[in-house]
Design a protein around this ligand. Structure first.
Ligand SMILES: Cc1ncc(COP(=O)(O)O)c(C=O)c1O
Length: 404
């Protein structure tokens, strides 16, 4: 794996921006998108980037300019996607709790379709479309009851989760949409979860969804799009799994159905392309444990605390001495505040920069101001020796800006 964060460049960035700072590689993001395009070239799918993974405007613009569409899950993400220049006919709107206002905004923008997740949502969308005197193009998110064997918080395609609807109910939703003057069923959707490291769950889901599509055809519902969601895995510290593995499995199944394929990759496009740079503040011991306390914390990167994600840690300067195991923790007042645990390193000096790798997805986008910590800045590396600030660090003033 080529070093996309050369130490000399990172040092220069950090000198200007301070830490914590998210650093992304333009080259790596495009390389990942290209890998998807090449692997799926026979099917020519629409890749709708899951904006939730990293919704910075510069990252979104980069993907929009290179032909991607967007998968949005809120009015805010829809706003961001339109602002970044995604073609509205390449935007789809997913999520279990869309408000009337959000649905109206999507219809006004003329997006490709709305992924519906319950009967009540479909009825609400019909009312909104009728009020606006338009026809809403919809897809139903199926819950195919497939276990993707991933963390429980990122498993979404098993019955019992809040996402999608079972086949029996989905058939009723399609019948309702078909009979409505204000709804047009155009697609079918599933998203199984995140960090899926095998094509098998997709193949299983596709085989049951294929049967269902034939049943719908017999009901007189003819669809155009098959949206198989995102979730393709990236092990922390590695590149994404080759998408060719996925393409080889789903390709023949999709071709048989004759529908236009849509994928919603998030993490796999941006995770490996990003790192969080933090500064070592203090070293301390607590019984058998060695701690490195940094200026980055769980409010900046919550994945280790939330999902048990294991981000590799790379010190920018290699210190001499014997490696010991360290927990890399932040200043937040929670025992769950750590960026990495049990990392083997020679003791860093105070002021040393540590790079928390594989942080390009669900890093900044899940960050908060908890403990009244202003959110980090973001930088895009644009060339071998060039970079630009794509989000300024928040100030303490920003914290109270909206308070009255
Ligand atoms: C509907 C939907 N599509 C796509 C994604 C993107 O998943 P990933 O980032 O794992 O590719 C998600 C993630 O939660 C999702 O909920």
């Amino acid at each position: 794996m080529k070093d996309i964060f050369p130490a000399a460049l990172v040092k220069r960035i950090v000198k200007k921006t301070g830490t914590p700072v998210y650093i992304y590689s333009r080259h790596k993001i495009l390389e990942n998108l290209d890998a998807y395009k090449r692997s799926f070239s026979a099917l020519k799918p629409l890749f709708c980037y899951a904006m939730k993974a990293n919704s910075n405007g510069a990252v979104a613009r980069l993907l929009a300019q290179n032909g991607a569409g967007a998968d949005v899950v809120s009015g805010g993400e829809l706003y961001r996607a339109l602002r970044a220049g995604f073609d509205p006919r390449k935007i789809i709107f997913s999520g279990v709790g869309k408000t009337d206002g959000e649905m109206a905004a999507a219809l006004r923008a003329g997006i490709l379709f709305i992924n519906v997740e319950s009967f009540e949502e479909l009825a609400a969308l019909e009312r909104v479309a009728a009020r606006m005197k338009v026809k809403a193009e919809i897809s139903v998110r199926i819950n195919p009851d497939i276990d993707p064997h991933t963390h429980k918080f990122i498993t979404t395609g098993k019955i019992g989760s809040k996402f999608g609807v079972a086949f029996k109910e989905a058939r009723q939703l399609y019948a309702f949409a078909r009979a409505s003057r204000h709804l047009e069923p155009v697609g079918i959707h599933f998203h199984l979860g995140s960090q899926i490291d095998s094509p098998e769950p997709y193949a299983k889901a596709l085989s049951v969804v294929a049967k269902f599509i034939l049943l719908l055809r017999a009901d007189g519902v003819t669809l155009k799009y098959l949206d198989i969601g995102g979730g393709w895995g990236v092990r922390e510290g590695c590149d994404m799994l080759p998408p060719g593995i996925l393409a080889r499995t789903v390709g023949p199944l999709v071709r048989k159905l004759g529908l236009a394929l849509i994928l919603e990759p998030g993490r796999s496009l941006v995770a490996a392309a990003g790192a969080l740079a933090v500064t070592t503040l203090y070293r301390k011991k607590s019984g058998p444990k060695n701690y490195v306390i940094t200026d980055g914390a769980m409010n900046d990167l919550i994945r280790p605390a939330f999902y048990g994600a294991k981000h590799p840690v790379r010190p920018l300067v290699k210190r001499p001495g014997k490696a010991r195991r360290y927990d890399i923790a932040g200043p937040v007042c929670e025992s769950g505040d750590f960026l990495a645990q049990g990392v083997s390193l020679p003791m860093p000096s105070r002021g040393d920069i540590l790079l928390i790798l594989s942080a390009g997805a669900y890093g900044f986008s899940m960050s908060s101001q908890y403990n009244s910590r202003p959110r980090a800045s973001e930088v895009l590396i644009t060339g071998a020796d060039s970079w630009r600030l794509i989000r300024e660090r928040e100030t303490t003033r920003d914290l109270t800006e909206k308070e009255r």
